[in-house]
Design a protein around this ligand. Structure first.
Ligand SMILES: Nc1ncnc2c1ncn2[C@@H]1O[C@H](COP(=O)(O)OP(=O)(O)OP(=O)(O)O)[C@@H](O)[C@H]1O
Ligand SMILES: [Mg+2]
Length: 284
């Protein structure tokens, strides 16, 4: 089943001359992990906001086309129904917090979707263990480190058990160690939860370790959508779209080009290492 189906979606913010989304068609299957890449101002945030339904709900503008989640049109769903189906995490976790303690923060979201006290208790215990924030429950969110804040923000979304979780540049405001913490959580989402995950992320090197498929957004359009493994085969095309391609991927392409054998170039660091070691040993 498709988790997401977008048909001929055009979106223009009020006051702008050109649309931010210029005719998007997209199908995302259930339980996929999808990475979204693209240069600044490409339309990545607009695209995920349309999936979440905050476009057109919270913005003024002109909207044409259809967005369906699990077969149901977004515009036919109530805000509460959409909140149950899709959770969203932003770059700045502070923007999400409304409570005086982590426990309250997570409970608040659960109350909002109609969970009773017993269910809230169960989910709190489950999500805190899963995301390793058990020691933070009593603390006020503003007292946490950047990485802890983002873990809490993500935990509060996971606790609501949405079928789709969208993260829009969840690591962009974090220091390197906190970034790694968030990527660890993304791996947990991929491996342990029944979820469709969509992550907008500039760190392609990390993304290729996790994503089943990638979407390249450029100038309001989807320029490329496909399996991560073969996504970088046409490296020139990707580079032309102002994507920062990891050095290891470029290197692997250069090595294979010089061998003139038309091999498929691996993209994950471990695979690249294995392949190069093989070449050095003289494997064919
Ligand atoms: N609230 C808004 N009002 C008017 N125009 C907007 C608004 N938000 C975004 N835009 C415009 O829509 C286009 C797409 O922006 P969007 O934020 O979706 O891109 P993005 O790929 O997420 O960029 P970034 O990498 O900077 O986050 C840009 O031209 C941007 O200026
Ligand atoms: Mg954005």
């Amino acid at each position: 089943m498709n988790a997401i189906e977008i048909k001929d979606l055009i979106w223009r913010y009020e006051g702008r001359e050109t649309p931010a989304l210029k005719g998007i068609n997209l199908e995302i299957e259930e339980n996929q992990f999808i990475g979204v890449i693209g240069p600044n101002e490409a339309g990545k945030t607009s695209l995920v906001a349309a999936i979440k339904g905050i476009i057109p709900e919270n913005y003024n503008g002109i909207y044409k086309g259809d967005v369906k989640l699990f077969g149901k049109l977004n515009r036919d769903s109530s805000p509460r129904e959409l909140a149950r189906t899709v959770g969203m995490v932003f770059a700045d976790p502070d923007a999400q917090f409304t409570s005086m303690s982590v426990e309250e923060e997570i409970s608040f979201g659960l109350e909002n979707i109609g969970c009773d006290v017993e269910e809230i208790g169960k989910r709190l215990e489950w999500v805190c263990k899963l995301t390793n924030i058990e020691g933070l429950l009593e603390k006020p969110p503003y007292d946490l480190s950047g990485g802890q804040k983002q873990r809490v923000a993500i935990a509060s979304i996971i606790a609501m058990k949405p079928k789709i979780i969208i993260l829009d540049e969840p690591t962009s405001m974090l220091d390197p160690i906190s970034k790694d913490m968030v990527f660890d959580l993304l791996r947990i989402m991929k491996e342990q939860l029944n979820l469709t995950v969509i992550v907008v992320e500039h760190n392609v090197e990390k993304l290729v370790e996790l994503a089943d498929k990638l979407i390249l957004v450029h100038d309001g359009q989807i320029e490329k959508y496909g399996a991560t493994e073969t996504f970088f085969d046409d490296l020139d095309f990707i580079s032309e779209k102002s994507i920062r391609v990891p050095g290891a991927i470029k290197f692997m392409h250069m090595v294979n080009a010089s061998r003139n054998k038309g091999e498929h170039s691996p993209i994950q660091l471990e695979e690249i290492e294995k392949t190069v070691k093989g070449y050095l040993k003289g494997d064919e």
